[in-house]
Design a protein around this ligand. Structure first.
Ligand SMILES: [Zn+2]
Ligand SMILES: [Zn+2]
Length: 283
């Protein structure tokens, strides 16, 4: 049973579902990659996803942790995996212990503490790479990267048997190839993310841009969130094919956000942007 009416986008063969309003709830899942970025209040539609990638501990992003884990147990699924900034491991364990005492049932969990630079294997060829953000102590973002091997150019004309022969001799015939599929910045104020090549080249960028109006710049700074003035400059340095904007504020109406975005971005850039909570993009 669906507990929420979620936003639902389709980008090529990937679906992105979730809900993201500043201060209320943020949960963004990509079911085909088996990841859910932040968990919000744990809508039923994301319970079967095996990996929750938590960016920071604010209630609107993390409230559903215990419910997500407990529902999986209740439905006979394996223990859910939660990647979380290392410094939150202790508090999360305390919350789960509290719920075990309240509820009387065990809550199986696979908690994985992460820090910037770490990589976690989601599937044999799929990895979550962790990078730092500027929001709360220890806050992080994630890029999901597919790793493949690509035959070195100098061997491209060889026949199958010749390649087998080289392999037998122990010769490395492939180059490793990394394909960054989706980057999720989570809550963050401006950071020059163009320093990280896998973010620059992620096919999909999911980014917060909370504030749009001129008088909201100080509000953005205070809450360590992104304002469109900074965000527009950041996008100019990135090569993403699709940009999904999350964490919009209810202080500014969606029509107004659309108008300000149109004014702040080039036409090419504006065409790549999807406002996650804009009903116009619902399919
Ligand atoms: Zn937030
Ligand atoms: Zn936050």
């Amino acid at each position: 049973m669906a507990s929420h009416n979620l936003a639902r986008l389709k980008i090529d063969d990937l679906e992105v579902i979730g809900y993201s309003v500043a201060g209320e709830e943020t949960v963004v899942a990509v079911p085909q990659l088996d990841v859910c970025f932040d968990v919000g209040k744990a809508p039923d539609q994301i319970i079967s996803i095996n990996n929750v990638l938590l960016t920071h501990g604010h209630m609107d992003h993390a409230a559903g942790i215990a419910y997500y884990l407990s529902q999986r147990n209740f439905c006979g699924q394996s223990a859910g995996t939660i990647l979380t900034p290392k410094n939150l491991l202790g508090p999360i364990r305390e919350i789960l212990d509290g719920w075990v005492r309240l509820d009387g049932n065990q809550i199986p969990a696979n908690l994985v503490g992460v820090k910037a630079g770490d990589e976690y294997q989601i599937k044999p060829n799929l990895f979550a790479r962790v990078f730092p953000t500027k929001h709360t102590k220890g806050s992080v973002g994630y890029t999901v990267i597919e790793k493949r091997k690509k035959l070195k150019a100098k061997y491209s004309k060889l026949t199958g048997p010749q390649i087998v022969e080289l392999k037998k001799q122990g010769i490395e015939i492939d180059n490793p190839l990394e394909i960054p599929i989706v980057t999720y910045l989570g809550d963050t104020q401006y950071v020059d993310f163009s320093q990280l090549e896998y973010i620059v080249n992620s096919k999909i960028l999911i980014a917060e841009c909370t504030f749009y109006e001129g008088e909201h710049t100080t509000r953005a700074e205070a809450g360590r969130h992104m304002h469109i003035d900074k965000f527009a400059g950041l996008l100019d340095k990135l090569n993403n094919e699709h940009i999904i904007i999350t964490h919009t504020t209810l202080r500014t109406p969606m029509g107004e956000i659309r108008k300000i975005l149109k004014g702040a971005l080039s036409k090419d850039m504006y065409d790549k942007v999807i406002l996650f909570m804009d009903k116009r993009y619902r399919r």
